[in-house]
Ligand binder design. Sequence first.
Ligand code: ADP
Length: 505
Amino acid sequence: MIAERGGEQVLLVDDNPTNLQVLFKTLEGSGYRLLAARDGEAALKIARKAKPSLILLDVMMPGIDGFQVCEALKGDPETEDIAIIFLSALTDSQSKVHGLALGGVDYIAKPFQSDEVLARVRTHIKIHRLERALAARNVELEDENLSILNAVEEGIIGLDEEGRVSSINRQALALIAWPESDVLGEPLKSLNLFAASEPVSAGIEALINEGVPLRRGFVDLHPRHSSKPIPVSLSGAPRQGGAVLVWRDVREWLSSQEALRTAREELESQRQHLAHIERLSTGGEMAAGIAHEVNQPLTAVVNYARVCQRLLTAPAGLDTAKIHDVLEKITTQAERASAVIQRMRTFVKKPVGGRQILNVNELLAEVVALAEVDSRTHGVEIHFSSQSISHPIQADEVQIQQVALNLLRNAIEASAANESIKGVRLDTFESGVLVGFSVTDWGKGLDPEIEKQLFAPFVSSKEGGMGIGLSVSQSIIQAHGGDISYRANPEGGAIFTCEFPAHQD
Ligand code: ADP
């Protein structure tokens, strides 16, 4: 064995010492570390031990010939990468083809030219070096790829064109609970991950066989040995030589959706509760007026009853027609008192929940009757002008009445201080897909400080005012998908408008 220091190793193999010498001379000083062997066996031994980059291999040798050496080296993963250039006096093309078929990279005919040998060795060493660099880079890229795939939250499975698992990242493995060795190379179908869903299985088949992308959707994934499926969002796309499936565990997302839904329900129930408290408070404020309102028919009932008594004891005898007439009046008055109480009871009762299809005009007629109490107390008339409205709204009746009553009572109160004001207006309207109503007054108008925080809770200019009427009204209207707004009345006073999406059948 002859060697030079540094550089790539080149093994020279020839049974003829002169040839070996010439080869040595040719390559000496070219920067390669030279090794030499005089027969096939020695060549194999050195090659296995030193793993040179290249072997210049004589074909015709006693014992193991060059072709056999090449075959042995190519059959061993440890030495298969060594580049082999055959040297031979056999110039027939069959030998060349045979040599190349065995894995040789080149073939130099003997007698050889030193320049040619050097040039070819240089070229092949260079190619060999580049190939190694490329292989190393490939390994690096694969590592990089794997670390990217492992870094993402999604489970990713690569499938070959037969539907077998060709790659799988850590997240996917963790979810399906199969060991990697049992998964790689296996048909995805055999893992029974989506077997419970016929459409998903069919979708995956279509992806693998026809390249039809699998659209994202929620499906149940069945991990190994588990009866409890895991909800995942699954999608799939075709790729060169197969397909890729991507899924994301949506358990956390679903439970946060659930928490959000519970929070919304909680909020809605709080809102309903607050609205109820506000109605009770309105009822309390109206109690004196209601008592007065009920008192009037009751007084009339008492008076008519006395008339009846007198008629029953009249010396001229019974005038049944007259008695009948008076009893009729008693009934009317009693019904009037009952209607006031009934209306108030409906208004302050706890919400039954649920929305109905309602006609805005009918709904507001009831509110006007309720507000009559304040109207009479303050001497401010309500002018209700209802437009013909072709679409209903879908709403909670009592809550919308609550909003309208709030606005009417505020308007009446704002007008009450000024005796020259004769009344307030309540108008209904329909415009495009919106249905609504507005309350207009010509009262003192909005205090600028109040206007800045209008609809905020606990904002009031009234002594003892709770200041939650407008804020509750706004939350009710918004919960109905509508809007409440204020604008100054150009003639002085305020205009509040509520609008809702019309209910389309
Ligand atoms: P409250 O009536 O208990 O004060 P609201 O939320 O209904 O609570 O009203 C808040 C404030 O808005 C009132 O105190 C009043 O100053 C003002 N406001 C509401 N409506 C009118 C109106 N039509 N004209 C003038 N001011 C109004």
